[in-house]
Design a protein around this ligand. Structure first.
Ligand SMILES: Cc1cc2nc3c(=O)[nH]c(=O)nc-3n(C[C@H](O)[C@H](O)[C@H](O)COP(=O)(O)OP(=O)(O)OC[C@H]3O[C@@H](n4cnc5c(N)ncnc54)[C@H](O)[C@@H]3O)c2cc1C
Length: 388
């Protein structure tokens, strides 16, 4: 089979890239091991999506089809330090509709899947897995052999196959992984008190706790905490777990009732110095993984997809879409934001770890200062929203 672009992986990054290439004359292939499924009840994977990415998802016609009764805008966010520091962010003060939108991962993945399945320029290869990647000697195409023996020649292979990317390994692109020694413990709750569309985050001695608002007094939690403590939390009976989470968040939303069983995900920083190689480009978690404290993982992935799609859609008809010069333009365009976000989240995680009282006083004083400077707060919000 001959294609222009073969995307490996129909997660949120790969799915959004395929949809963003819908109107293009390029022949696209989507290779996926298993189709996405909608989680039963409330999905444990809940993401904060930035306004810039809501615009992107609207442009590719996915956002308007999501069930609005299951998304929640974030109008304000309160961040607490471990020694009295506090910073408050408000969408209103920053001149925005929302700081972010909270949504479940699986309905969006299914929506993207249903959209890309109907694209006339797309061939679906699912269920399927790649077993070999060869870049031709004259490098005018890459050949991907599937585990059932089929062979696909594509001018460009896009790795959207997640943090343990098969394509990245097959293309011999090196990766630096720094485990945090922490798990992200996630769970959804029904709350006794209303959240008023506010998100909360606490930098605590035992990790970083985030509460994200979900519709009708529900909320989603991510508690990034050292492995031993995470295992302790995961082994608690539901009632004791709810009490522990409520107390860790100063009982701000009253009593909590568990909606989804808690789950733990190992956290790591993953840096990929080169995200392109001849005939290969990496997007999403295949290209970078960051600590979830800023809620930016998939936001970076959506921007990878947007930038790569804009470049491919803008190429003249005669131009080879897998040319290394085009791929390098993509890599350059993404380099700064990815490095900055990785650097900032890594530094914040390190800054709040040590128990040293002097450092604790300094970092909490820094938060108070930030809170007293509306211009700085507004700039931070607009940057996080993807607007500057
Ligand atoms: C605890 C936690 C909380 C998080 N919270 C947030 C948040 O609030 N906001 C946010 O933006 N991000 C968050 N993230 C990060 C987010 O989960 C990831 O950035 C996102 O899922 C990556 O999407 P992706 O499409 O790149 O990869 P994936 O979601 O991993 O998708 C990869 C796809 O490729 C397919 N695939 C893999 N290998 C193969 C193969 N060999 N052959 C065929 N198909 C294959 C898989 O089936 C899958 O469909 C969080 C992460 C964690 C761990």
């Amino acid at each position: 089979m001959e294609l222009d672009v073969l995307i490996v992986g129909a997660g949120l990054a790969g799915g959004s890239l395929a949809c963003a290439l819908a109107g293009s004359p390029l022949r696209i292939g989507m290779l996926e091991a298993r189709p996405p499924r909608r989680a039963e009840g409330w999905d444990a994977r809940v993401y904060a999506v930035s306004p810039a990415n809501v615009d992107f998802l609207t442009r590719i016609r996915a956002w308007p089809h999501l069930d609005a009764s299951r998304t929640n805008r974030v109008e304000a966010m309160q961040v607490f330090g471990d020694r009295g520091g506090k910073v408050e962010f408000s969408a209103y003060d920053a001149g925005l509709d929302a700081l972010a939108w909270i949504l479940e991962a699986s309905p969006l993945a299914v929506e993207l899947w249903e959209t890309l399945r109907r694209q006339p320029n797309l061939t679906l290869l699912c269920p399927a897995r790649p077993s070999a990647l060869d870049v031709d000697a004259d490098a005018d195409a890459a050949t991907v052999t599937l585990d059932d023996g089929r062979r696909i020649r594509a001018r460009l292979v896009v790795a959207a196959d997640g943090a343990d990317s098969w394509v990245r390994a097959a293309a011999a692109l090196p990766v630096r992984t720094t485990p945090y020694g922490e798990l992200g413990v996630v769970a959804n709750f029904r709350c006794e008190a209303p959240h008023h569309d506010s998100a909360f985050q606490w930098f605590r001695d035992d990790g970083i706790l985030a509460w994200l608002p979900l519709p009708e007094n529900r909320m989603s939690m991510v508690w990034s905490t050292p492995e031993a403590h995470a295992q302790e939390l995961l082994s608690l009976a539901p009632e004791a777990f709810c009490e522990k989470v409520a107390a860790a968040g100063d009982n701000r939303l009253g009593k909590l009732e568990l909606l989804t069983p808690p789950a733990g995900f190992p956290l790591r920083l993953m840096q990929v110095p080169q995200v392109v190689a001849p005939r290969v480009a990496l997007i999403g978690d295949a290209a970078h993984a960051i600590h979830p404290l800023s809620g930016h993982g998939i936001n970076l992935g959506f921007q990878d997809a947007r930038v790569l799609a804009d470049l491919l859609n803008g190429l003249p008809a005669h131009r080879d879409c897998g040319e290394l010069s085009t791929l390098r333009r993509y890599a350059r365009a993404r380099n700064e934001e990815v490095r900055l976000m990785q650097g900032v989240t890594h530094a914040l995680n390190r800054l709040f770890r040590p128990r040293n009282p002097l450092l604790a006083a300094l970092r909490n004083r820094g938060m108070q200062l930030t809170n007293q400077l509306p211009v700085v707060r507004s700039a931070l919000v607009r940057y996080a929203a993807g607007l500057i």
